[in-house]
Design a protein around this ligand. Structure first.
Ligand code: 3UK
Length: 517
């Protein structure tokens, strides 16, 4: 087990993740599978250098930010590590946002250069007159008359690039945290952070090695996807499959069948959608996958069991965040506790605290604070938020958790989602997980709503599976179903049927949109 990650004071993440493979003789190994291309470590290192040199010609210097608004593709990797090798600061941006969001992020970051997928250009063109700092746009994909193409941009750039002299604590990249309320926050990560996550989580928990092929349903712009789809593989000389399309269930299965990944990184919604495909386990070959992971939101136990039964491979649920960069509490292969987040990843520490920040005894629900070397240094230009979240060595996750007698951590929702009904905590997640065990229910979101007395009770929004009709008798049936499965006081006093649930761009249910005050 690796419990501490030692790095020299002078350190650049691109040296270990990109250049070491060539200097240590692994240049011919495949780093990236993309459509019909197989990109070796040598080719990747050359393209990283060319891209870094091309950034220099635009005047990009140490500490300058570069925005990446890219679908998953090799140019993402070249731009990300090309910038890092220069000591510039790449900022991968969520590709599912609105023009208004881009206006905020681009101006907040003050980046002068944007690398963008051609498909996403229309989203930015709508707001281009409002962008105060952006000067140069490089387009990946179709050639656009008004813009410089990525291919032209790097065509004459030298394939040799010296690594900038960075310290292990230099800023390496930012990620904007999606946040269900308020503006997104530029979360600042340092050069040592990626190595820390790769060693503590991917090597310790997934036992990742050079023969692994990684495929992440979560995209590279997401902190979860960035590790899964890039630096986990590059830490150990393994391969990654990059897929630019939307993660529809059939397409995910087809990607798996084509590239035969050994590690599959999903999110609960994706597993749920994949399970909705009748006979998928008979139609598609999933046998190359030795381990699946899940993060982003808690994986309900029923999904774990259904998946296990049909695909015979474990899903390791683990909790991570943009701030911690990757997963710090996770289930272990062979020892999964379905419905839980699992145990501490070696090298991290956690505690559940009360409102005054005092550590609570085992078994009590509190706010989860976590400590570990991959934690973000601060939020850009958000001093108050930084002070509320980064508490010295500890980081306030805003999640409600408790630890059982065995040391396993269980999520009971976000601080702001937890409900007190009749003075007792009710976890909306527990009620939701119970509802989706009912054969008619596809998805559920539970929120607090006031009754005639102004007391908070639970209200469940339910999306039905195809073939089921919403009516009063089904609502009653669902209520008694919950009453019979968990503590009766937790049953939803009201059931409302919806066609779909409001979700963030990354697929999390937005309970706050459903709340009635
Ligand atoms: C929630 C979970 C229960 C939790 C992420 C893995 O999701 C990631 O990052 P975000 O910044 O959101 C963080 C918040 O999402 N959450 C995530 N995973 C779980 N809740 N069980 C889980 N397994 O509220 C957390 O604070 O979008 C996940 C790796 C890197 C990540 N950035």
């Amino acid at each position: 087990m690796i419990t501490t990650v030692e790095l020299p004071d002078t350190f650049n993440a691109a040296s270990i993740l990109i250049d070491a493979h060539v200097s240590e003789g692994r240049g011919d190994k495949i780093a990236i599978y993309y459509l019909d291309q197989e990109i070796t470590y040598a080719k990747m290192a050359e393209m990283v250098n060319r891209t870094g040199n091309a950034f220099k010609t635009l005047g990009v210097e140490m500490e300058n930010r570069v925005l990446l608004l890219l679908l998953d593709c090799p140019e993402f990797v070249y731009s990300f590590f090309g910038a890092i090798k220069l000591a510039a600061v790449p900022i991968p941006v969520n590709t599912l946002l609105t023009p208004k969001d881009y206006e905020y992020i681009f101006n907040d970051s003050r980046a002068k250069v944007l690398v963008i997928s051609a498909e996403l250009l229309p989203q930015v063109e709508k707001i281009k007159d409002n962008l105060k700092y952006l000067k140069q746009v490089i387009v990946v994909g179709d050639k656009k008359v008004d813009y410089r193409s990525f291919d032209d941009f790097i065509a004459d750039a030298s394939p040799v690039l010296n690594t900038a002299e960075t310290s292990k604590d230099d800023v390496a990249f930012w990620l904007y945290s999606s946040g269900s309320t308020g503006s997104p926050k530029g979360t600042v990560h340092l050069h040592h952070d990626m190595i820390c996550c790769a060693d503590l989580y991917a090597r310790n928990i997934l036992n990742i090695g050079p023969d692994d092929i990684n495929f992440s349903v979560a995209k590279l712009f997401f902190a979860y996807g960035l590790g899964n789809g890039s630096y986990f593989a590059f830490r150990v000389g393994a391969s990654t499959v990059l897929y630019p399309g939307r993660p529809l269930a059939e397409d995910i299965f087809q990607v798996v069948q084509k590239y035969r990944p050994t590690l599959f990184y999903g999110v609960p919604t994706a597993y749920n959608n994949m399970l909705q495909l009748k006979d998928a386990e008979k139609i598609y070959d999933f046998s190359s996958v030795r381990l699946c992971t899940s993060a982003g939101e808690a994986l309900p136990a029923t999904l774990y069991h259904q998946w296990m039964q049909r695909f015979n491979v474990e899903i390791l649920d683990g909790i991570g965040s943009t701030e911690m960069l990757h997963i710090y509490i996770s289930n272990r292969a062979g020892e999964v506790k379905p419905g839980s987040s699992g145990f501490m990843v070696p090298g991290y520490e956690a505690k559940a605290v009360d409102e005054d920040g005092r550590e609570l005894p085992q078994g009590e629900i509190g706010t989860l604070h976590v400590k570990g070397d991959s934690a973000a240094a601060y939020y850009w230009n958000r001093h108050e938020k930084t002070k509320q979240t980064m508490l010295g060595e500890w980081l306030n996750t805003g999640d409600k958790y408790f630890q059982d007698e065995g040391g396993c951590w269980w999520s009971v929702g976000r601080s702001d989602d937890m409900l007190k009904v009749g003075g007792i905590w009710v976890s909306p997640i527990e009620v939701e997980n119970t509802l989706i065990e009912h054969p008619a229910v596809l998805e559920a979101a539970v929120v607090g709503a006031p009754d005639d007395e102004g007391l908070i009770k639970t209200l469940a929004y339910v999306v039905l599976k195809q073939g089921y009709q919403p009516d009063e008798s089904l609502a009653k049936e669902l209520q008694s179903f919950v009453k019979n499965k968990i503590a009766p006081y937790k049953y939803p006093r009201w059931i409302k049927f919806l066609d779909e649930l409001p979700k963030t761009a990354t697929g999390k249910i937005q309970r706050f949109r459903l709340r009635i005050s």
